[in-house]
Structures are given as C-alpha cells and as structure tokens.
Design a protein around this ligand. Structure first.
Ligand code: PMP
Length: 435
C-alpha cells in the first residue's frame, strides 16, 4: 500500500495518443499525420533562416537575469504590434497589458486563469470543432465550456448562419474563443465580410472576443493579412484578448514562446492587469525560459532579420496564388516539366506553407485520378496546416490498422506529414477505405 495507489492513468490526449501509437508501430512505411508541427519534404523539422540569424546575434548578456525583464517587455511589445498593427492607437497609447507565456497553450491557460479570477461565474464558448486542448484548459480552471456551431460537415465549409445564431443566443457578455486565421482543425476561416458581421453582433451582444493566434501567416502567407479579423474587431472598438504562439510561424516548437495580451482602457488599467497576470504566472512557472524569448524578440525587432522572416512566411502568398490558379485551370504544374521550367516557384516548394499547399493539390489530384466517387475539393479549399478530411472514425481506424497511417479520430490530417514520397500511398489508402 502506498500514497499513490488510487492514481489511475489519465485519459489519453487524442493528439499525443496518435504520436504514441505511431512510434510503437515498427512498419517502415508508416505515416504520422497527427501532430501539427512543420516538416520538410523529407519529413524532417526545419530551422528557419531568420532563427539562425537571430541566434547568431544574441548577446551572451541576454542570459543574465537582469536583462530578462527588458527582453520580455520587448517580446510583448513587438508581438502586440503583430496582432494589433504597428500604427494602431492601442500600440501608440500603450493601451494593452501582456506577458510572455509558455507558447500558445500557456497563453490560453493564463487567460483562462485570469477569466476565472475576475469573472468567476463566466463560461467560455468554443467553436465546434476546435483544438482538443481548448476544452481541457478551461475545464482545468473550472470554467464551464459551451460550443458554438462553426463547421458544416456536408458542405465542408463554414456554417455561418448557425454560428451567428449561436452567438446571438449566448447570454449577453459571454466569452468567445475565436481562431482569427487557419482554423484548427478545419482549415476553414470566415471571410472579411463575415468577420465584420460577427464583430457587429459581438458588439450588440457585448461578448468578449478572445483570439487564439496559433498560425499567424499560415492562412494567407502574410502575417498582416492573417491579422485582419483582429483588426476588424479593433476598429469596432472591442475589448480583446490574444494568445499568440511562435511555435508554427517561426518553427520554434521546442522553445515554447508565446504572449498573452489584453486590451485596456488606459495605461493605469494596463498596469493593474499586468500585475495580475504576473502574479498568476509566478505561481505556475515563475518566469518563462529566456532563450526562445531572445530569438523571437531579435527576429521581431531587428528590421533585417524581420524582413527575412516575413519573406520566409510570405513566399507562400505568391506561390499559393499560382497554385490556386493552376488548380482552377487544371494545370498539372507539379509534374517535372512544369517544376523545371518554373524555377522560381519550384524554389518556393521548400518553404513552409507553400509545400503544404502543394501537397494539398497533389493529394486531391491523386484521389481524383483514382476516380474516387467522393468530392475532395475541400482539400485545396481549406487553408493552413490541417485538412479536415471528412474521413469518419471507422475509416481512420482502418487507415491505421491496414495501412499504418495515423491521424486524430476526427479525420484531421496534418498536411505537414504528407510528402512527395508518401502522397500516392496515402491517396491509395484513403481511396481504399472510402471507395
Ligand atoms: N491553439 C491552437 C489553435 C493550436 O492548434 C495549438 C497547437 N496545436 C495551440 C494553440 C498551442 O500551440 P503551442 O504549441 O504554441 O502551445
């Protein structure tokens, strides 16, 4: 008999469970489509050029305790500019509170704790579906969660009418979590016009928009463009909260760099909120690790390195237009002759989201070549890292058992796991289980 006899294993997290099952499978041609971390066409993680440049320029003094506060403030300030806009009044008037967080997850958790502390009776409305950990995070701090309708499984697109209905029917003054771009897991975002309507309705209902910005740059290839939803809400004068992650758009998964910011009425309110956020974080992890913060602050504050970063993310924009054009007119540009003749574009293939979009096109075309009876248009219509494939649980199970292909039970495919080498095998397998 010991102190911990009553401890039973926790329920498996659906995403970690996929990784564990994948690692335990000895099959040499197994595929992991579970985890949302970027991989190159060889399946290897990528270190961005901007990160290498920033690391080379980080001074040794950055690691002294005395400089960490200044570095943290720099990170918060530069990150706030990214979401709220460099020229916005909130930035100029410093009308925001913010602290570094342990990446996007940590920023969400800090906000949940903050919400509970100052609105103890409140709930959080989450999109259906959403990243599975959102529910766990708010439940962990005893804030009940509700869902609002977001995605239409039949049309595989936004269920805008239902979304608006649910926003309207929620009690006035509710907290809502919104993905401003590259929605996880569906890859379906509202249009600017739809965001305007959502923002107006939020104004009428006095709801609080909390934006989880985990993929800024991954929807349009442009970090400014991907902040459009937030800017629309800002223009409408909302009070806003933002959780930012640099895991994906800087490829810094292991460093856990993120920021939580909350807009305020004035500097005095900002000081009060900052002190509360700091108090919450001190009881959770003291202060955040400084190395990743140094890298991100350097990238965002050094104009030369920032330009490299924006280019690394932006290359996607130019090429994605090209890809969409090709898809529209049925050009088989991915074939070798096209790839060779379009050397500028083919260089872009190596870059992050560009590669992801290319894989979307190839996967869809492969399924169409197999004469799949199903419509796979949504693979190329959706944006960001994930493809919400529409595969059901039974099909996902078969893919795992018969083909050694691993993904979350909701049929979400991490496109980063699809490579030139495995895409045909994947298409065949999907065809086999759905035909
Ligand atoms: N929010 C969303 C929507 C996500 O998809 C993720 C990661 N999958 C996170 C937050 C957490 O990001 P991080 O890895 O930076 O903690």
């Amino acid at each position: 008999c010991s102190w911990w006899d009553h401890v039973t294993p926790a329920l498996k997290d659906p995403i970690s469970a996929v990784t564990q099952a994948f690692l335990a499978d000895p099959c040499p041609y197994k595929i992991n489509l579970g985890v949302g971390a970027y991989r190159d066409d060889e399946g290897k993680p990528v270190v961005l050029q901007c990160v290498r440049e920033a690391e080379a320029k980080i001074e040794a003094s950055n690691f002294l305790e005395s400089t960490s506060t200044a570095l943290s403030s720099k990170l918060v300030e530069e990150s706030a500019k990214l979401v709220y806009g460099e020229d916005s009044d909130v930035i100029k008037e410093k009308r925001f509170a913010g602290i570094p967080a342990l990446s996007g997850t940590g920023a969400c958790r800090l906000f949940a704790e903050f919400q509970k502390r100052f609105y103890p009776e409140s709930r959080i409305y989450l999109p259906d579906p959403t990243w599975s950990n959102h529910r766990n995070i708010w439940r962990e701090v005893h804030v009940p969660d509700r869902t609002f309708r977001y995605y239409h499984p039949d049309s595989k697109s936004l269920n805008f009418m239902a979304l608006m209905d649910d926003v309207k029917n929620a009690p006035d003054g509710s907290f809502f979590l919104l993905h401003p771009c590259a929605h996880n897991p569906t890859g379906v975002d509202p249009t600017d016009e739809q965001w305007r309507e959502i923002s107006s309705l939020f104004k009428v209902k006095n709801h609080f928009p909390f934006f989880d910005v985990a993929y800024q740059g991954f929807a349009s290839g442009d970090v400014e463009g991907d902040a459009k939803a937030i800017r629309i809400f800002l223009e409408d004068g909302h009070s806003i909260g933002c959780a930012q992650s640099f895991s994906k758009n800087m490829g810094l998964y292991g460093h856990r760099v993120g920021v939580l910011s909350v807009l305020c009425n004035d500097k005095i309110q900002a000081m009060a909120i900052n002190s509360q956020l700091q108090q919450i974080s001190r009881t959770m992890y003291g202060s955040p690790p400084i190395h990743g913060i140094s890298i991100v602050s350097k990238i965002l504050s050094d104009p030369d390195i920032k330009a490299i970063w924006l280019k690394e993310v932006k290359v996607y924009l130019v090429s994605s237009f090209f890809f969409r054009f090709c898809t529209l007119f049925d050009f088989h540009y991915y074939k070798d002759d096209w790839t060779d003749s379009l050397s500028i574009i083919s260089k872009c293939y190596k870059v992050m989201a560009t590669r992801i979009h290319r894989m979307r096109v190839i996967l869809r075309e492969a399924l169409e070549r197999l004469e799949s009876p199903l419509n796979w248009q949504h693979i190329t219509n959706q944006v960001g890292m994930f493809c919400f494939s529409g595969l059901n649980r039974a099909e996902v199970y078969l893919l795992e058992k018969e083909f050694h292909i691993y993904m979350t039970p909701d049929g979400r495919i991490s496109m980063a796991g699809v490579t030139t080498k495995n895409v045909d095998y994947l298409a065949n397998a999907i065809h086999e289980v759905t035909a």
